[in-house]
Design a protein around this ligand. Structure first.
Ligand code: NDP
Length: 322
């Protein structure tokens, strides 16, 4: 099969397209012919060596496609079924082995590119609202990178729950997208951001800040949070947040800070199925509109990484193995 490999840690140039052996499904796995592969920030952290990984390896954890073979112990998934997944290694490839218990059936009304590139972001948005924090109807929240893959979905899910949503974006096009997703107020990043957030919330600040940008936004996130509120630091698009003195949370208003990761909110297959069912159901019913902003051929994965890391993308990013 054809696949992308990370041949050493480094920039997008270390992604090499070539031919490798087909995977053989283990007894509890299914083999999927990939129709769409999601490109996520975690793929870039691993490629750079920011998170542990040992090259050479095939990157990617997310995709969608048709089951072409099943392992000897599998009776829950059948050949010919459309499935998607968020946590199978080696997904930048034409064939991917996926544990049957982690293969999620795709509703007919959800296209391959959406199922293959929005599940990881969609399940993240789901647990951010119902897992790492629990904002209630009427609460104000701040979502950084409101026009990003997670940001657009999180905004829509937050509005469905009756939250008041303030977002940040870096340019006019992204502001338009964030507004269309339902954001009540769209702001630009600035040193005065927290003051703007407070003036939109009667001086109180927001109940929850969702910060996937990290280094560049964390201080403003703290300053934007209401008494006893929570900063959910869930990513590091601009770099990791430096070491932090916990005593500051006292002076800032008895705040909480959490640093969650999706894997811990879908480890139990039942929880995975619940979150996936709710998210895919909302997409299939038209309650959440997933924007696949960029499509690349599998061979052009390097360009996809370059664009994602340079803030040139909106919504989800997908590779098509064709
Ligand atoms: P996005 O589509 O949101 O892309 C990142 C966005 O961050 C950019 O488009 C940009 O938007 C903003 N940004 C601000 N500063 C920078 C910078 N210096 N370099 C790059 N981007 C910057 O990505 P995803 O939706 O895929 O992921 C969003 C975040 O969520 C990432 O940090 C990712 O790691 C994290 N994540 C965390 C998960 C978890 O469970 N913890 C799971 C999934 C994702 P703008 O130009 O508007 O500022």
């Amino acid at each position: 099969m054809r696949a992308i490999q990370v041949i050493r840690h480094g920039g997008p140039e270390v992604l090499e397209f070539g031919t490798v052996d087909d995977p053989t499904p283990a007894p509890d796995e299914v083999l999927v012919r990939t129709a769409a592969t999601g490109v996520n920030f975690i793929d870039t952290y691993l490629r750079r060596g920011l998170y542990p990984s040992v090259p050479p390896y095939i990157p990617g954890t997310e995709g969608a496609g048709e089951v072409v073979a099943v392992g000897s112990d599998v009776d829950s998934v059948a050949v010919g079924q459309r499935v998607c997944w968020v946590d199978a290694p080696a997904s930048y490839a034409e064939l991917v082995a996926v544990r049957a218990v982690r293969a999620i059936p795709v509703p007919d009304r959800v296209p391959d590119d959406v199922a293959g590139s929005a599940m990881l972001r969609g399940l993240t948005a789901h647990y951010l609202l119902d897992g790492s924090a629990h904002p209630r109807s009427g609460d104000a929240v701040l979502i950084h990178a409101g026009a990003g893959g997670v940001g657009l979905i999180l905004t829509q899910l937050a509005k469905l729950r009756g939250l008041r949503v303030i977002t940040t974006v870096s340019d006019d096009e992204k502001a338009t997208l964030s507004t269309a997703a339902g954001a009540d107020h769209v702001l630009r990043y600035s040193d005065g951001l927290a003051e703007q957030v407070r003036s939109l919330t009667d001086g109180n600040g927001v109940r929850v800040v969702y910060d996937g940008v990290g280094a560049d936004t964390f201080e403003q996130s703290l300053a934007s949070t209401a008494l006893r509120g929570i900063v959910v630091l869930f990513g590091a698009a601009s770099g990791p947040v430096p070491p932090f003195d916990l005593q500051r949370l006292n002076g800032a208003g008895s705040l909480s800070v959490t640093r969650p990761t999706l894997a811990h909110f879908i480890a139990d297959p039942e929880e995975l199925r619940w979150r996936a069912g709710e998210f895919l159901g909302a997409v299939a019913d038209g309650d959440v509109d997933v924007r696949v902003g960029q499509r690349y051929r599998l061979a052009d994965a390097g360009a996809a990484h370059t664009d994602l890391e340079s803030r040139a993308t909106t919504g989800a990013t997908v590779l098509i193995p064709s």
